[in-house]
Design a protein. Structure first.
Length: 185
């Protein structure tokens, strides 16, 4: 059991604080818990930037869109070589670009759909707006709640991995993979 820095992203705010984590990796901890407690928390509104400090709060995993990966990385002895695919996605008010790791030869989109809810992307950038100002943060790992993703697609440099899927602007009407369930206009 150890306390680690927590940086989360919800639909209307960012969340910073400390989390008491059980296990070796934050991704595994988040996938193993539906609810967890944060301490020394500060919420920052995306709408106007105001901040609200809270001593302790219980958070449900389903309320988190993404979390910055912090804490230990797990045992070096258990690591295996994985393929990396550069992906971009939209989740709520956030745009994320990062590297998805999957087994060699596995379709990256299929890998996303078969995983537990929280999936890590490495060498990531997360962009969002706070009080009308764009914020872009480069982080080593961002853990995304795949169940809440609006859309996901390979980046242009990964087009050869998806020869039958047209790559489009993140702002296009018909996206590579739409997780919202709504029909295109």
């Amino acid at each position: 059991m150890q306390g680690v820095e927590f940086q989360g992203f919800a639909g209307d705010c960012t969340i910073t604080g400390r989390i008491t984590m059980f296990g070796e990796r934050l991704t595994d901890f988040l996938n193993g818990q539906e609810r967890f407690r944060l301490h020394k928390v500060e919420f920052q509104s995306l709408a106007d930037g105001h901040q609200v400090p809270v001593d302790s709060v219980s958070v449900e995993r389903d309320d988190l869109l993404a979390v910055v990966g912090t804490g230990p990385r797990g045992s070096e002895k258990q690591r295996v070589r994985l393929d990396e695919t550069r992906m971009q996605l939209s989740i709520g008010p956030y745009m994320i670009l990062g590297r998805l790791h999957s087994r060699p030869g596995q379709d990256p989109m299929q890998s996303v759909l078969q995983r537990e809810p929280m999936i890590p992307l490495t060498s990531a950038t997360i962009a969002y707006s706070v009080a009308g100002a764009i914020v872009a943060r480069d982080v080593g790992t961002v853990i995304v709640n795949r169940l809440l993703v609006d859309w996901i697609s390979a980046t242009a440099d990964e087009a050869s991995l998806f020869p039958d899927i047209p790559l489009r602007s993140p702002y296009a009407m018909h996206l590579s993979k739409d997780f919202t369930g709504s029909a295109p206009l």
